[in-house]
Write a protein that binds this ligand. Sequence first.
Ligand code: NAD
Length: 434
Amino acid sequence: MKIAMIGAGYVGLVSGACFSEFGIEVCIVDTDLAKVEALRKGVIPIFEPGLDALVADNVRDGRLTFTTSTEEAVDGADAVFIAVGTPSRRGDGHADLTYVFAAAEQVAKALKAPAVIVTKSTVPVGTGRKVQAIVKAARPDLQIDVASNPEFLREGSAIGDFMRPDRVVIGTDSERAQAVLKRLYRPLFLIETPILFTGLETAELTKYAGNAFLAMKITFINEIADLCEKTGADVHDVARGIGLDGRIGRKFLHPGPGYGGSCFPKDTLALTKTGQDFGVPIRLVETTVAVNDARKKAMAGRVAAAAGGLKGKTVAVLGLTFKPNTDDMRDSPALDIVPALLEAGASVRAYDPEGMKAAKPLLPDAVQYCKDALDTAAGADVLVVITEWNEFRALSPARLAATMKGKVVVDLRNIFDPVAIREAGFAYTSIGRH
Ligand SMILES: NC(=O)c1ccc[n+]([C@@H]2O[C@H](COP(=O)([O-])OP(=O)(O)OC[C@H]3O[C@@H](n4cnc5c(N)ncnc54)[C@H](O)[C@@H]3O)[C@@H](O)[C@H]2O)c1
């Protein structure tokens, strides 16, 4: 079988490489010439564990190719996946579908034989019907079926998530599209992955409902953490106490500075807009969005309070990406926290193992980037942990104490052992525990 993947971003590149690993011939197309040239030279434009080897193996075996030409990519394809971005539309927060619609039209015009167009991008309910209309208007002469196959992979563990997903959701009215997608996902049928066949609208809404639920879960534990701080309770024990209840589950109960990333912020916001459009406001999600935005903005205040003011102080920031094991800076809490630290009069030294290249254009020029965690901490008055990279967990409190000028640690991810860090002489603030 042969497929084309439109978009060589986090989703397109990972899913394309994984499909080629399934033995399918895959051509990935991107409009970004620099990205395609880099990929052709074997340079992976993003950081995702294991992706370089997976791409190299499949390129070597001739199953995975890259191009900037949609015509070339879709030639002979049984299915064409659209994996382009759906960012928040400036001004109103709806999902911006410009790239999806443009890709659908380009693909329809380029196809020479019947095929299935599959939307992998996260798109609001109703988009698949619009794609059907675009495709029909562009190519009334050709049978092109449309399906929705939302992607649930997580950056940082994307390959494992794609190869061994909790489930695959396929939304389509077309039996032919169903048959093609069944063949493409055959390796997952063989490992008994639940595959849900639904209508277009259901598949589209399932993706948003899933992300919104997870975002609510994080926001819930964040608010419980705030209450723990005021009452003497420990949020980790509360999280364990509720998470052991099978109806709740233990995952996504880690308190922090607020959710960020390429999906939750834009998808929760887009879902609230869809709800409002249909006269069905999703109030829980509206509140989640507002609480999370306020939380990210409030974090610099926590640092200032812990440090007794920030004017003239040096803050060492560990971690900039929205989570570890990615270089993705989209909507990272660091984008709220770091500028606010600077505005409060602090100098900021920062380090992230993979995110500094992406962070530089998004953060004020005043930030000083460092070569590792200890270099960042050198001479600092305050240390702030924004992202829980494993290498930060391994830092010795004694070595930190020896290199820092001040003795204040604000741990927004609860990575340090409170006893050990206090024994090293630090005033230690974390989230939801004492
Ligand atoms: N990043 C994630 O973890 C994740 C997880 C699940 C779902 N999603 C969803 O998947 C979609 C893609 O997300 P992403 O993070 O991979 O985006 P991205 O911004 O990393 O990648 C999108 C790519 O598409 C390319 N592109 C845009 N228009 C094109 C066109 N007409 N032809 C060819 N290439 C084109 C861009 O140049 C870019 O390289 C979004 O809808 C997102 O919500 C993302």
